[in-house]
Design a protein around this ligand. Structure first.
Ligand code: GUN
Length: 299
């Protein structure tokens, strides 16, 4: 059997188009333009690429983009002062502080200083608690994008066995909460899990979010399962000397032989993350103004 490929690139383009349409209506009917502020501290090359991409796509859907680039040695005091200013700026509906932060800054303190209503990453402890108790919250972008693709593919997820490999605060834990919210039977597995292969083989939905290139082979995948590969790992190209290649946490070729559906890397979960960031910014803007939230773009 050969798996259906879940086209995250096309899915994300569709989400962005829906966001853009809603933004146009907000401007015309309410004279409101959603605004997203992205804060980058230091010059981490990967973070610079992400932030540029976020800014470009924010503008493409008709929103205002505000980029704040701070020196690597910025003090916690100055960073918190900027966040306070953004929290109190009514033209800004979403705030994202790009992670990782330089080592001298306390990431938890910084993230928890963002107004939870503007926390479009969904990392603030209030949003984590709201998600965990099934209340309205801001939902982390990568898990939200993964959930949207799963719902689109399956319709109802109720009663399915879901295994999430990885227990990060950014992906693994919120993904598990979302799957539980959709009535899956959820297992969170990780590097210490005993007989990980056997645990994975029980999954109707297998979400890989460990950050280890191609660690999940096809024979860990249940025939017909849906595989969501969150990993984005750059490895030396196996055939082209001096070149690199992006791979996921799943060994794609062997898994695609067994799975019912699978997300590729690149072009799977990756593009959904920024699309969901834009969707979250729109949601935050609607909530801030007491307006109806966009349908299908929230958890
Ligand atoms: N760094 C890598 N991924 C993310 C993300 O989703 N949000 C933020 N703020 N930083 C990141």
């Amino acid at each position: 059997m050969s798996a259906t490929i879940i086209d995250g690139k096309a899915f994300a383009a569709n989400v962005r188009a829906q966001v853009a349409e809603h933004v146009t209506r907000l401007k015309e009917e309410q004279n409101i333009t959603p605004g997203l502020a992205v804060v980058l501290v230091g010059e981490d090359p990967a973070s610079q690429v992400y932030v540029r991409s976020k800014g470009k796509m924010t503008v493409e859907v008709g929103m205002n983009s505000f980029e704040h680039k701070l020196e690597a040695d910025t003090s916690e005091y100055d960073l918190l002062a900027l966040i306070d200013q953004l929290n109190n700026d009514p033209t800004i509906h979403g705030i994202l502080v790009q992670l990782p932060l330089p080592g001298h800054l306390n990431s938890d303190l910084v993230i928890n200083s963002i107004d939870p209503a503007k926390d479009v990453d969904g990392f603030h402890i209030s949003n984590v608690g709201l998600l965990g108790t099934g209340q309205k919250s801001m939902v982390p972008c990568t898990p939200l994008g993964s959930l949207m693709m799963l719902r689109d593919h399956h319709g109802s997820l109720s009663g399915l066995n879901a295994v999430v490999v990885g227990r990060s605060n950014i992906v693994g834990k919120p993904m598990a909460q979302l799957l539980l919210g959709d009535s899956c039977t959820v297992t969170i597995a990780h590097s210490r899990t005993k007989d990980l292969a056997e645990v994975c083989r029980g999954a109707d939905i297998l979400v890989a979010a460990v950050g280890r290139p191609e660690m999940i082979p096809g024979d860990w995948v249940k025939p017909g399962a849906t595989v969501i590969d969150v990993g984005i790992n750059r490895i030396p190209h196996p055939e082209k000397e001096g070149k690199t290649k992006l791979v996921g946490d799943v060994h794609y070729e062997s898994a695609a032989e067994v799975a019912g559906a699978i997300t590729p890397v690149p072009g799977g979960v990756g593009p959904m993350t920024i699309a969901c960031l834009l969707a979250n910014t729109l949601t935050a803007c609607c909530r801030a103004n007491g307006l109806t939230e966009p349908e299908g773009l929230t958890a």
